[in-house]
Design a protein around this ligand. Structure first.
Ligand SMILES: C[S@@+](CC[C@H](N)C(=O)[O-])C[C@H]1O[C@@H](n2cnc3c(N)ncnc32)[C@H](O)[C@@H]1O
Length: 371
């Protein structure tokens, strides 16, 4: 970048008015600290970095006074701000997806002549993803015993176990002293009778002392956390052993690994943008990663579970229990399902994926991280 940028150039690049920049200067929020040869004020690299943070927080709806506190926070450096911003944006994206789903539901109900209650109408605005999609979860999501065995073996001799992002309690080992953490009230309410006690909290801020558990586990949840690395570090802080079942988005072949994303749902790539690499995740817990193959008859209906049973993806109930389908939005979902339906009917899917029928288990990027 040039040594300094004029106010006009910065306004043009950032898509804001010169007046806005002058205002930020006047109130001391972002001061251009250089001068051009002609004596006009100009922005140095550090000023631009601060402006970028201010504009991003502004876009997220923060007030100028709040922003001043955030950008002046001595505890956060530029990388810290980027992580915070990234988390806030992901949260906003998921909220938008949740709102679209809730609105679609209301439209469907109205088309059938059903009026939604005032409570339902207002709930849309506070909607977290799992508050909206969570009720569809238990229909197809349950413990897959072969994956559970791997997780439980990795827990070693741990007696006390914290299950983070616990949902309805799948994969909680029956023979240990488990405490669950789950931020969604809808998910907490669906935990079966007799399930482990569950605390309403988020991974990024676990309300426990350092080393209060023998082990901490997290299953199919890290990709929902606004700040995965912060959450994994928290797990590391509160437990001496950490076990995480997650997805490796970092290998270049991920796009081609699964026919569903390759041929029908390329929008999956947008969900992975900025997703921490496997190296970032293993580094956060100080551990290693092991591949976990998905059995052809996997009983937990997660996104990849039906790789050898393609008809399952035509089933609305199967899709509603997997957040990917809500996050890509209704248009991409409809198109993917229609194309798959046509290819199954014409025999095109079978022709393209003939090799899969001989496999009992597939490598689809699922990983067990152990520390
Ligand atoms: C796909 S479900 C997995 C639930 C359960 N672990 C299982 O294997 O069935 C993802 C869960 O992560 C939870 N979650 C979302 N954001 C979270 C966060 N920041 N910290 C902890 N859990 C979170 C969701 O509410 C949801 O229950």
């Amino acid at each position: 970048m040039a040594e300094h940028l004029t106010v006009g150039r910065v306004a043009e690049l950032a898509g804001v008015s010169v007046r806005t920049l002058h205002h930020y200067d006047e109130i001391g929020l972002v001061r251009p600290s250089a001068r051009t040869a002609a004596g006009y004020r100009a922005y140095l690299a550090d000023d631009v970095e601060r402006l970028r943070e201010v504009l991003a927080y502004r876009r997220l709806g923060f007030g100028l006074r709040e922003i001043a506190d955030l950008v002046d926070d001595p505890a956060a450096d530029a990388v810290g701000h980027l992580h915070r911003l990234r988390g806030l944006l992901l949260e906003q994206r998921d909220r938008a997806a949740a709102m679209v789903t809730a609105i679609d539901r209301e439209l469907e109900a109205r088309a059938m002549g059903i009026r939604t209650t005032p409570e339902d109408q207002l709930k849309v605005f506070g909607a977290q993803l799992y508050e909206v999609i969570g009720s569809a979860y238990p229909a197809t999501r349950r413990t897959e015993s072969r994956i559970a065995e791997r997780i439980w073996a990795a827990l070693g001799d741990a007696r006390t176990v914290l299950n983070v992002g616990a949902g309805t309690g799948s994969y909680e080992p029956p023979d240990r002293d488990v405490t669950a953490v789950e931020p969604s009230a809808v998910m907490r309410a669906q935990r079966p009778d007799g399930a482990a006690p569950c605390v309403a909290a988020s991974a990024e801020s676990l309300p426990f002392e350092d080393r209060s558990f023998d082990a901490a586990m997290a299953v199919s949840t890290v990709h929902h956390w606004p700040d995965p690395v912060a959450g994994l570090r928290e797990m590391r802080r509160v437990a001496r052993r950490v076990v995480v079942f997650t997805y490796d988005a970092s290998t270049t072949g991920w796009r081609d690994r699964f026919w569903l994303t390759r041929d029908y749902l390329p929008e999956f790539a947008d969900l992975l943008a900025g997703w921490p690499s496997l190296t970032d995740m293993t580094r956060a817990i100080g551990g290693r990663a092991e591949p976990v193959l998905v059995p052809w008859d996997c009983t937990d209906g997660f996104f990849e579970a039906h790789w050898r049973r393609p008809e399952a993806y035509l089933d609305e109930q199967v899709r509603r229990a997997v957040s990917v389908w809500t996050r890509v939005g209704p248009r991409a979902e409809r198109r993917a399902v229609e194309r798959l339906r046509a290819d199954l009917a014409s025999g095109r899917w079978a022709e393209r994926n003939r090799d899969l029928l001989d496999l009992d288990a597939a490598e689809l990027g699922l990983r067990l991280l152990i520390a």
